[in-house]
Design a protein around this ligand. Structure first.
Ligand code: NAG
Ligand code: NAG
Ligand code: CU
Length: 123
């Protein structure tokens, strides 16, 4: 009898674990761009090796006025043309869309001269 109850609770635990894992996979993640260093010069390689999903949120952390975040298209990314939705709060939260997402800094020549640009592919 104890044997049966034991295996029943193991089954129940496995079931809960499966549900939790499934839930975790379905829930969108939040990333601070550049980790502790924040949104800074030469950020281009920060996304390398990370797996992003549509609806994940990026937090761009920087001191207000030093930088900005402009959501651009591929051309804006390539040519460092800051035309698109601009964020300037220093704590900007932007949700990734499925496919390619491009971000550049709109301040001075940070994009062109300091690699302050980032391309992220979200599955
Ligand atoms: C992202 O969020 C939108 C709106 O909440 C939802 O319709 C869509 O299915 C989500 N996409 C993914 C891949 O989770
Ligand atoms: C944002 O950056 C500031 C310093 O610039 C730092 O103190 C703070 O911990 C950062 N916040 C996050 C969530 O990384
Ligand atoms: Cu900048």
């Amino acid at each position: 009898m104890a044997q049966v109850r034991g295996s029943a609770s193991v089954t129940a635990m496995l079931l809960v674990l499966c549900i939790l894992l499934h839930y975790k996979i379905a829930v969108a993640a939040k990333y601070t761009v550049g980790d502790d260093a924040g949104w800074h010069f030469n950020i281009q390689s920060w996304p390398t090796g990370k797996k992003f999903l549509a609806n994940d949120t990026l937090v761009f952390n920087y001191s207000t006025g030093s930088h900005s975040v402009v959501v651009v298209d591929e051309n804006g990314f390539t040519t460092c043309t800051a035309s698109g939705q601009i964020f300037t709060s220093g704590k900007d939260e932007i949700k990734l869309k499925k496919g390619m997402n491009y971000f550049i800094c709109g301040v001075g020549r940070h994009c062109a001269d300091h690699g302050m640009k980032m391309a992220i592919s979200a599955a």
